[in-house]
Design a protein around this ligand. Sequence first.
Ligand code: KIV
Ligand code: NA
Length: 263
Amino acid sequence: PRRVRIAHLHEAKTHGDPLTMLTAYDAIVASIFDRAGVDMLLVGDSIGTTMFGEANTLGVELADMVRATKSVAKGTERALVVADLPFGTYESSPEQAFASAAQLIKAGAHAVKLEGGVRVADQIRQCATHGIPVIGHIGFTPQAENALSGPRIQGRGEEAADRVIEDAVAVQEAGASAVVLEMVPAELAERITSILTIPTIGIGAGPGTDGQVLVWTDMVAMTDWQPSFVRIFGEIGTALQGAATDYVDAVKDRSFPTREHSF
Ligand code: KIV
Ligand code: NA
């Protein structure tokens, strides 16, 4: 399969073809999603909550992201691999952002994603200027959850909406290749999508964006709780628990292994 490239993102927007993105944190899941035709795999810093069992993404280290990015890159033939810059690895300066982003690119990412609009425009410009494609992330930005008082919709009301639009424009003007809109009103997301020439990728942002992204463990119900904006596309958590229960039972009642599973 031909690799999805940055140029394809822009083409997709021009043609009105919806872009698809899912998170992935390891080679085995990445290869499954790659074969399913997901356009972009995001090595999200959501790895902190989904895989490491933490309460938020703040404790994720660059080394964690490098390791996960290497795994996802190895499991991928077609998808564009995007890796998140974790909290504390890009905010201080454009130089810090580039140095961190370079590590993720060396690990096999084709692009990086970082949170913020106006406040990280210089960081985006530094990376984009020196050959690292950047995806912005505005609206609700989980790394700022302490300042934002938790996961809340952003851009409700005219003033707040204007600020999200300013962020969107700043991200585009700094040279980003796409932008994630998280938890913004559908109408605002649609407006931003029509203002920008780069693709918007929504999560909890309604149907009017150029693409969609979901956290994979959410969309297949690996845990009991999902955000309200998620659709369950498969009950994999339940299926996996059932398989594990059957395995335990089979070993206990000595129905596994049988002679056919033996040497
Ligand atoms: O880390 C992540 O999973 C993300 C998506 C929610 C966009 O940033
Ligand atoms: Na993230």
